[in-house]
Design a protein. Structure first.
Length: 237
């Protein structure tokens, strides 16, 4: 074997080792996240669901104070709302469908300031999706990120989305493909996703969605659709 061939072989072997290490580290992180919420996973009809149990145990959130939150609405709003959510959680999708558009409208009118606290409770696909959201937030700014947030929930029935679909949805939301594709495909914000999920669990989060209105747990209703409608009514008062 020539010197050039031996050098190339060593380089390829080193790349394989590095890739294997990266895969092991990613698996370790996913297992760590799964361990945080494993006791709360419910198997219903073959689907994995997480519902917000013991919501009263979550520490009151200081709106706008967390590096893991995404705030929408003015500082001087009459009300504050905190929503812990997972983009793949069907209950979160129900809440978003019932209240998301109206809450955003109330925020635009100055009635409420919303602090979204996304987490990844539902395994690898939740991690991938939240990573994509954070990439868009970092690279394209809050206005595009809000559009992407809404679009991810609108497409929840099609989840999990492949990388190309996540990128396409980001572009449709206003992001530049060149700015976000690399971070989405390379999981550039995976550490942030892990930290955000662990921080929420440390605050007492038991499941998603969990809602706080003006610093207190809000669960007025017998379903997430009803809770969403009542939440909108409450911020209009």
């Amino acid at each position: 074997m020539s010197k050039k061939s031996r050098t190339q072989s060593r380089a390829e072997k080193a790349a394989e080792i590095k890739a294997a290490q990266a895969r092991r580290e990613r698996k370790r992180r996913l297992l760590a996240i799964g361990g945080v919420v494993g006791a709360m996973v419910l198997i219903v009809g073959g689907a994995v669901l997480i519902s917000a149990l013991n919501r009263e145990d979550v520490e009151p959130a200081d709106v706008g104070a967390s590096e893991y939150g995404f705030v929408y609405g003015p500082d001087e709003a009459d009300h504050t709302v905190v929503i812990y959510e997972d983009f793949l959680c069907p209950h979160c999708g129900t809440l978003e469908a019932a209240a998301g558009e109206d809450l955003a409208e109330q925020a635009d009118q100055g009635a409420v300031r919303i602090d979204y606290r996304p987490v990844a409770f539902l395994g690898e696909e939740s991690v991938r999706t939240l990573n994509a959201f954070k990439v868009v937030l970092e690279e394209s700014g809050p206005d595009v990120a809000k559009e992407y947030h809404d679009a991810l929930f609108a497409e929840q029935a099609s989840a999990p989305l492949a990388d190309d679909q996540l990128v396409e949805l980001a572009v449709e939301s206003g992001a530049e493909e060149g700015a976000v594709r690399g971070g989405i495909e390379d999981m550039a914000q995976e550490d942030w996703v892990t930290e955000a999920t662990e921080a929420a669990a440390a605050d007492g989060l038991q499941g998603t969605p969990t809602v706080q209105l003006d610093g207190e747990t809000f669960d007025d209703g017998s379903s997430w659709q009803e809770i969403g409608a009542n939440l909108v009514a409450a911020v209009q008062e």
